[in-house]
Design a protein around this ligand. Structure first.
Ligand SMILES: Cc1cc2nc3c(=O)[nH]c(=O)nc-3n(C[C@H](O)[C@H](O)[C@H](O)COP(=O)(O)O)c2cc1C
Length: 225
């Protein structure tokens, strides 16, 4: 008997389905996953269409007040954050559609990360741990980053590797979502702004890579010997 797994689909493109490469890739991922594992759960969080607002002074004050000392206003201020954290806790696989905007993640997705990085819920902080006081609370999840960019050469050794503020930022924060670096899988469309053969090839490669990745990830987890 296979256990039910939960996929959290996050879309961050500000574009609508028909114009967005990353939305097409996340949809392809979820369609394939659902066809292989129809009993699994899907949670959708569309931060592109409903952007997560930036955190502010009231949010920080609420998050860093002990739960038992929070006022009703603080509890209310953290309601969305609590919901987003619950969605992460419930998930086994997080699939993110992440366009590159100004070399980084869209602001709406940064808002999501800031709401999910929560002391006492997704990380603990203890100075007795010395130089590494932050410890993640969640673990064992998989992150799939389905990205698209107009330019190219953002991987190590590429001509714009030094300008890539997207992939390193997601990897740095992945521990807040319970994801170890080895469990991040990234598929990227490049050259979108060039609209040439390299672009068409990149799209075709990504469209093949997504179902192949689903087939690997959706296979029942093997028991340790
Ligand atoms: C506001 C905005 C900023 C962008 N910034 C960059 C960038 O810094 N580097 C890049 O290579 N492409 C950039 N692009 C191109 C997008 O990454 C590309 O269009 C991608 O396909 C967007 O994902 P989507 O198709 O899912 O919407 C930008 C596009 C927009 C709309």
């Amino acid at each position: 008997m296979t256990t039910v797994r939960t996929v959290l689909q996050i879309d961050a493109s500000a574009q609508l389905e028909e114009r967005s490469h990353t939305r097409k890739l996340t949809q392809s991922f979820v369609d394939r996953w659902t066809s292989l594992r129809p009993r699994d759960r899907l949670i959708r969080r569309d931060v592109g269409r409903s952007p997560i607002p930036a955190i502010d002074h009231a949010w920080i004050a609420a998050a860093f007040t002990k739960p038992e000392d929070r006022t009703p206003a603080m509890i209310e201020r953290l309601r969305l954050s609590d919901q987003l954290v619950d969605e992460v806790i419930d998930s086994d696989v997080i699939v993110m559609g992440v366009p590159m905007y100004n070399y980084g993640v869209p602001a709406a997705l940064k808002g999501w990360i800031d709401h999910v990085a929560r002391i006492g819920r997704t990380f603990s902080f203890d100075l007795t741990r010395g130089d590494v006081p932050i410890e993640p609370i969640l673990s064992g999840k998989t992150l799939v980053v389905l990205s698209a960019r107009g330019e190219f050469g953002f991987t190590p050794g590429g001509i714009r590797a030094h300008m890539n503020a997207l992939d390193p930022a997601l990897a740095a924060c992945a521990h807040y979502f319970g994801v170890a670096r080895k469990d991040i899988h990234t598929i990227t469309i490049e050259y979108q702004e060039f609209k040439d053969e390299r672009y068409r090839h990149s799209v075709a490669e990504a469209e093949l890579a997504v179902p192949a990745l689903v087939d690997r990830l959706a296979a029942p987890a093997r028991r340790a010997a």
